[in-house]
Ligand binder design. Structure first.
Ligand SMILES: [Fe+2]
Length: 231
């Protein structure tokens, strides 16, 4: 597929920053306002077989006839350092459950369910010079024992810099999700629970923004990735 790009809604982003800084938006305050994106577990379902089509539009597979099932959802933002500087040329990976709660993994199919063959299951994009990235995908399906979530990894070449998970505000299961509730500090946890709104009044598609903020050193010790995992 052709890479999927749309311009980010700068005005809306600035509006939300003004709200969080009380209107006193200076470079210094902006830098102080950035919360490091918290790490989270990789889970057991990072694809054990990567799809041929790995672009950032997971709703369409190259050569496929039908779009994926589920509510189309777009999100994007910037990859930043804590001081607000953009980080280009890093690969952001996304993997998630399809509309039936199934992963692109040989053990990732729920009992009694079938994987949606039209859903790509995994995608990636390289951040541009402004640190921007964007995905077009679906609202993840629910599966037993978790709230709905996206898995995200940030890589510098073969080196994993960050593994985390992204959530949708207002989902009933969020409050009881053990992995979410153990994620980061309360402030960091809020930074990975994002509002998703309809794209327009007459659209069922959802749209959200999310900036990913990296610390000075890679936040992903290799030994943690081998730890026991839940989906
Ligand atoms: Fe998961």
């Amino acid at each position: 597929m052709h890479p999927f790009h749309i311009r980010l809604d700068r005005r809306r982003l600035l509006g939300s920053l003004l709200l969080t800084t009380g209107g006193y938006l200076t470079n210094d305050l902006y830098a102080e306002a950035l919360v490091l994106t918290p790490r989270s577990t990789e889970g057991p379902y990072y694809p054990d077989h990567l799809p041929l089509d790995q672009d950032n539009d997971l709703t369409l597979i190259t050569g496929g006839q039908a779009p994926a099932g589920g509510v189309v959802t777009e999100f994007g933002g910037r990859l930043l350092m804590a001081d607000g500087s953009p980080v280009g040329d890093r690969t952001i990976e996304l993997w998630q459950a399809d509309v039936n709660g199934c992963y692109l993994h040989s053990k990732g199919v729920q009992k009694g369910k079938q994987r949606d063959p039209a859903f790509q299951g995994f995608g990636k994009i390289v951040t541009n010079a402004k640190g921007e990235y964007r995905f077009r995908t679906i609202r993840p399906g629910l599966y037993t024992g978790r709230t709905i979530h996206w898995h995200i990894a940030v890589n510098d070449g073969a080196k994993r810099l960050l593994t985390t998970q992204l959530y949708i505000a207002g989902v009933e299961q969020n409050d009881k999700d053990g992995i979410l509730q153990r994620t980061g500090t309360p402030e960091q946890r809020l930074s990975v629970i994002r509002e998703f709104k309809p794209k327009s009044a007459d659209s069922e598609e959802l749209l959200g923004t999310w900036d990913i903020v990296l610390g000075e050193t890679p936040q992903e010790p290799a030994e943690d990735r081998a730890a026991p995992r839940r989906p």
